[in-house]
Design a protein around this ligand. Structure first.
Ligand code: SF4
Length: 368
């Protein structure tokens, strides 16, 4: 039997339902939610024709593919679909490295590839060798935005509203904006900084697009991951979540999160020895923060890591850690670590240089 006939591809009906999203879910918000009974079949456009065209144009022979965690399982099917369209001597390799953002390019595979395709995130840095395929979601955003209107102040009392979203819904951004304008709002949007590609885009580590002249922000996107960060960075703003993926409307509430951070800081206050983690991922290195700490503390040891997990730190027997890589590791995964895992800002509070009230969400700016 021809093995190729059996290999699943994305065109296979087995592969078109229940596509796993790339948004992370966090269950850390207790306010009542409004739910709409809507269901969408989520599909992604992998832009295979564009990839094949680029491969042929470059005469590329080795292709690297990188997927976010939630879509890795579809990698082999995409390889099969690509192979059908490519000459036999083209080798396609999938990165097995963990991947949570465009900050996380698999540099080893990138070096070995004539063309590298990064799926699911918008470009942080462009290169002729890299194609970014953002994977826009096909879900409709207007029904849940309509429901979310009741959480906004009315346009007659407060017409200004900020609008932000994630890469997956960026394709509907103009539609979202027009909807709010038609409802009578003045919609404020901006592109935050060079870590962000689009106007209105937010990342788990960067909310600069929400620095607009409005006291209320509508976040349109899946999950709590981004809006909670947004609520922590912009404590003065009311963040209304219109989640078209889970059909939920809620208000981002950072209080529980902030309490959790104070608890970690408190535990770390008695630490005598510290591990200061420098992340080796291409877009997560902040050496200047590491330096600042080790210059101040002779009991602080620099530890380099690509993937920061509880297991990898177990053998160090240090009292507390500071993570200078992806801020979400400290804030979202912090409770999974056996020892306190602080952000750099929190380190300075725990060691007494800065007051407790200076607690701020750790954001990441620039690229590399
Ligand atoms: S550093 Fe920013 S872009 Fe990278 S994984 Fe963390 S939140 Fe996402």
């Amino acid at each position: 039997m021809d093995k190729k006939m059996e290999a699943p591809t994305l065109k296979d009906p087995r592969c078109t339902n229940n596509i796993m999203g790339v948004e992370l879910e966090l269950d850390i918000e207790d306010r009542p939610k409004s739910r709409m009974e809507l269901t969408y079949e989520r599909e992604w456009d992998y832009e295979l024709d564009q990839i094949v065209e680029a491969i042929k144009e470059k005469g590329a022979k080795t292709i690297g593919l990188q997927f976010p965690e939630g879509l890795k399982r579809r990698g082999p099917m995409i390889v099969n679909d690509l192979k059908e369209k490519l000459p036999e001597d083209v080798v396609v390799a999938i990165s097995g490295q963990p991947c949570y953002g465009a900050c996380d390019l698999d540099t080893h595979l990138l070096k070995r590839s004539d063309l590298f395709v990064h799926f699911g995130h918008s470009p942080m840095k462009t290169s002729e060798k890299i194609i970014y395929v953002p994977l826009y979601s096909n879900v409709e955003v207007l029904p849940i935005m309509k429901l979310a209107l009741r959480e906004l102040e009315s346009p007659s009392s407060n017409p200004d509203v900020g609008l932000v979203t994630t890469t997956q819904h960026r394709n509907k951004f103009e539609e979202m904006k027009k909807f709010l304008e038609d409802e009578g709002y003045i919609v404020h949007t901006r592109r935050g900084d060079e870590r962000l590609t689009y106007e209105g885009q937010v990342l788990g580590c960067n909310y600069a697009s929400a620095e607009v002249d409005a006291s209320q922000i509508m976040y349109v996107g899946g999950g709590k991951f981004h809006p909670l960060g947004l609520a922590m960075v912009h404590k003065e703003k009311r963040v209304v979540i219109a989640d078209p993926v889970n059909n939920l409307v809620s208000i981002a509430d950072a209080d529980k999160f902030i309490k959790q951070r104070y608890a970690s800081i408190h535990k770390a206050m008695s630490a005598k020895t510290w591990g200061i983690i420098y992340c080796t991922k291409i877009g997560q290195g902040r050496w200047e923060l590491v330096e600042e700490i080790i210059e101040d503390n002779k009991n602080a040891y620099v530890i380099t890591l690509d993937e920061i997990t509880p297991d990898r730190l177990l053998n160090f027997k240090l009292d507390a850690f500071v993570n200078t890589g992806c801020p979400r590791i400290s804030t979202d995964d912090g409770p999974r670590f056996k020892k306190p895992m602080l952000t750099p800002q929190e380190y300075w509070i725990a060691t007494g240089r800065d007051p407790l009230e200076s607690l701020a969400f750790d954001t990441f700016h620039g690229t590399w």
